[in-house]
Design a protein around this ligand. Structure first.
Ligand SMILES: *Cc1c(COP(=O)(O)O)cnc(C)c1O
Length: 363
């Protein structure tokens, strides 16, 4: 048997080592994971209560269309219910967009260092991938625009960008969208939007009012802390959402996830508190990196990409031996590591270990 030729060479997603494995293998008592941009403060009590209550309905299939959640979010966002689609994480909405819009040989444009799932799913659909270099860690929108042809189907923009943490401004996005032809779908991934504290940052849902060829992605995995339950959503024109609904698995989000998401939306104070602590963490990290003479990209999400000026693989391994898990090995940033913003205790433990590692690993 032979799978499809474009599938043969794909690699499976590398989620990084679980904390328990690292503890056991290295004989460590304390391991901190700052590798997956998870919320160090957990999730709202409102979400917890809603999820526990929903457990009693476990024998009944979920509402495939997530109607209660869709109603609530539609009101909150000021859109129609038929402009929303839910997925098992926004990762699944990426899958749906690629499945619905990319045929073999179609062109799709993305940054050369961004969320891996855009490229991965484009490869599964056998689309032609056009990667545009980031400019100082930022999406180079004019360069991406210049790559659009009649064959282009999707342009992917991650804002803030993972792994660099940079943002494109509202003005830059509008200038770009004004020029994008209407046959091109622009997917704007706002997984980290709740952390952003910059008045030039755009609101993708607001942009939708002017640009119907936009699909905005959001998730409950990051600031809402529900990563385990796999729920995210897309906001777009009714037509785009309809096509994606036609290929969506019937029960792709669970009852627990829908209940948790609904509960989360009741607790703005939790989100505000996480955002505040995150900004404090970013300030702490940047002060420490300045002290250590290291450069980094301006961080707008809940992570920061810092130049360790040493092989990121070696720095990763040395940190791991001290019980700190981060993320490294970016093709375009071979000396950088990405660190999630943790609690203040985790952040100072990271800095302590990192400073030792900078002594141990040669430049
Ligand atoms: C984490 C992340 C997502 C989505 O995660 P889900 O858990 O699938 O919702 C999407 N885009 C980016 C850029 C991310 O970092």
């Amino acid at each position: 048997m032979q799978p499809k030729s474009n599938v043969v060479h794909l690699s499976a997603y590398n989620p990084g080592k679980p904390v328990e494995d690292v503890k056991r293998e290295l004989g460590l008592d304390r391991v901190i994971k700052l590798a997956s941009n998870e919320n160090p403060y957990g999730f709202s009590n409102e979400a917890q209560n809603a999820m526990l209550a929903e457990l009693t309905n476990s024998s009944i299939y979920p509402d495939g269309a997530s109607v209660l959640l869709a109603n609530e979010l539609a009101t909150k966002l000021g859109v129609q219910r038929n402009q929303l689609i839910f997925g098992a994480g926004s990762s699944e909405v990426i899958v749906l967009a690629a499945r619905a819009y990319l045929a073999p040989g179609d062109e799709t444009i993305m940054a050369n260092e961004t969320f891996s799932q855009y490229k991965h799913n484009a490869q599964i659909e056998n689309a032609r991938i056009i990667e545009v270099p980031l400019k100082e860690g930022k999406h180079d929108l004019p360069a991406m625009l210049a790559k659009i042809t009649d064959q282009t189907k999707i342009v992917w923009i991650c804002n803030p960008n993972n792994p660099t943490g940079t943002i494109v401004t509202d003005a830059e996005l509008r200038a770009f969208l004004n020029e994008v032809p209407s046959h091109v779908l622009v997917v704007l991934d706002e997984a980290y939007r709740e952390f952003v504290d910059d008045e030039q940052y755009s609101d993708g849902v607001e942009l939708l009012k002017s640009y119907s060829n936009l699909l905005v992605l959001r998730t409950f995995s990051k600031v809402y802390g529900l990563a385990a339950h796999r729920i995210g959503y897309g906001v777009g024109s009714p037509e785009v959402i309809q096509y994606m609904n036609q290929i969506r698995e019937p029960f792709n989000t669970t009852r627990i996830a829908q209940a948790g998401a609904l509960g989360s939306l009741k607790d703005d104070a939790f989100v505000a508190s996480c955002k505040k602590h995150n900004l404090e963490g970013i300030r702490y990290f940047t002060e420490q990196f300045d002290r250590l003479g290291l450069t980094y990209f301006p961080a707008h999400g809940n992570f920061i990409l810092v130049d360790a000026k040493r092989s990121s693989g070696e720095v990763f391994d040395a940190l791991l031996r001290k019980g700190v898990i981060v993320k490294g090995r970016w093709a375009n940033y071979p000396t950088y590591i990405r660190v999630s913003i943790g609690t203040s205790e985790q952040n100072s433990a990271f800095i302590e270990a990192f400073e030792q590692v900078l002594q141990e690993v040669t430049v």
